[in-house]
Design a protein around this ligand. Structure first.
Ligand SMILES: [Zn+2]
Ligand SMILES: [Zn+2]
Length: 472
């Protein structure tokens, strides 16, 4: 069962789709050397698929918190991995045979993920544990039942190995969220013990430079290194980190897995060895818990904006609410509506429905129409002291701000009769003015993917994500 995954590309700054099998293959091979034995690579592939199962939104996963449209991003924020082009460039002539091997390992582990208590595990791993893995609480204060100390005799012999890791300067800056002065090549920075005592003429040409222990003339350097001109500088592109010893020792030990695979242990043996008490199941058997499971929400599509004797927007709001209902239902919520036809719905009927359904939230969605076509913007209202509705309103307002260009008039307290009659947490959204061209265009746009309905759904989802107990 392969599924499309939405990935935010940090280099190209856009979202692309990738098949989940291909993504598992790329993630696995970006994290484990190709030379490792089949069963070790299969372990890495199952961990990659487990990671994706936790993230894919259509499986109830949490998605990427930075790029909310995407399931994951391809930086270290979620998971950095090579794309196929870069991988093939590295592999050169052997690309197709290597890729064939990886793909067959993916199909040999078809659909398999690692779960604990029915939920995908946190697929952490380390390069070499040095003799034993760690209890999770010793590393990050959180007790995770399946991350226990496990003795690993397999990788002791590697304890003196030096591990090198090349990281692009840009990637370092992104990961640490900082900018360094090194990216400007014209002023090619001094690098202590390497490039020192740099002397340039007024033109910026290198007159002399000390490299190592020797002072060279600019001309000598360009001859020896084949640089085009003495007007040169430098910037580091990749930094090679060398480290001795081990990562944090959490989860699967890659060197251990390698030796176990050589000793004819299977991928499942290896996984069960490093993650205490887990099961390996197929994605088909995995029934994800959804973020809005058990939530009850009553949407009230407003009757439209009354202006003189006409009503505007009744159908638009109804359609909008259907879209919100569909989105929230797909996340597990039970969504009810005060009306599902274009007939007028009286206040007393709304109150009756709310009493009967007893939802967690009553969310009324409305629009305005005024003689003055300059009036525009969105406001959300709730009753005084209704803290939950206030938080929900803030969450929806923030999402509307990032998804749409509607002008934000803020979250306000209002003494509306509806809040007195409806006995549950209630909010009223005044989306905007159909009498205003700017608002009208946004409200009536049902084609764009990031529209008003998506924003409201996202706001509701975020509220629950931020206000329910942390899931493991
Ligand atoms: Zn991310
Ligand atoms: Zn180990």
């Amino acid at each position: 069962m392969t599924r499309p995954i939405k990935i935010y590309d940090n280099e190209k700054k856009h979202i692309f789709n990738l098949d989940s099998d291909e993504a598992s293959a790329l993630i696995a091979i970006s994290n484990m050397p190709y030379s490792f034995p089949d069963e070790a690579l299969k372990v890495q592939i199952i961990l990659a698929r487990t990671f994706l199962a936790k993230r894919i939104k259509s499986l109830g996963g949490e998605g990427c918190a930075l790029h909310t449209e995407a399931d994951i991003c391809n930086s270290s924020h979620c998971m950095s991995f090579l794309n196929k082009n870069k991988l093939f460039n590295q592999w050169g002539e052997e690309s197709s045979s290597r890729w064939k091997r990886i793909c067959s390992l993916v199909s040999e582990t078809k659909d398999k993920i690692a779960v604990f208590d029915g939920k995908p595990i946190l697929p952490v791993f380390n390069k070499a544990c040095g003799g034993s893995t760690e209890n999770s609480e010793n590393i990050n204060d959180v007790t995770i039942t399946y991350l226990r100390k496990t003795f690993c005799d397999y990788c002791k012999c590697n304890s003196e190995d030096i591990v090198t890791l090349d990281i692009d300067m840009e990637e370092i800056e992104t990961a640490l969220n900082t900018k360094t002065a090194l990216s400007n090549w014209q002023n090619g920075p001094e690098i202590k013990g390497f490039f020192e005592n740099i002397e340039r003429d007024e033109e910026g040409r290198i007159k002399t430079i000390k490299i190592g222990n020797t002072i060279y003339k600019g001309k000598e350097i360009i001859e020896k290194l084949g640089i085009c001109s003495t007007k040169f500088g430098w910037k580091p592109k990749v930094i090679t980190f060398e480290s001795k010893g081990f990562g944090d020792g959490l989860g699967m030990c890659q060197y251990g897995a390698k030796i176990m695979a050589i000793e004819k242990k299977t991928a499942e043996d290896i996984l069960k060895y490093f993650y205490t008490g887990i099961d390996i199941i197929t994605l088909k058997k995995y029934e994800p818990s959804k973020i809005l499971d058990g939530r009850r929400i009553l949407l009230d599509p407003g009757n439209g904006a009354k202006y003189e004797d006409d009503y505007f927007g009744r159908n638009m709001i109804l359609k909008l609410c259907f879209k919100i209902k569909e989105e929230l239902s797909s996340l597990g919520a039970k969504v009810f509506m005060t009306r599902d036809t274009n007939d007028f719905c009286a206040m007393k009927d709304k109150v009756m429905i709310a009493d009967e359904i007893n939802p967690e939230f009553y969310i009324s969605i409305n629009c305005n129409y005024e003689k003055n076509s300059n009036l525009s913007g969105t406001g959300i209202f709730h009753f005084r002291g209704d803290i939950k509705s206030h938080l929900m309103a803030e969450s929806i307002m923030t999402a509307l701000g990032s998804y749409t260009n509607l002008i934000q008039k803020g979250v306000k307290i209002a003494e509306l009769s509806v809040f007195k009659e409806i006995k549950v947490n209630a909010l009223l959204i005044e989306l905007g003015y159909l009498s205003n061209e700017h608002d009208k265009k946004i409200l009536e746009d049902t084609k764009s993917k990031t529209g008003v309905s998506e924003a409201i759904s996202e706001g509701i989802k975020k509220y629950y994500r931020n206000n329910s107990p942390q899931k493991q």
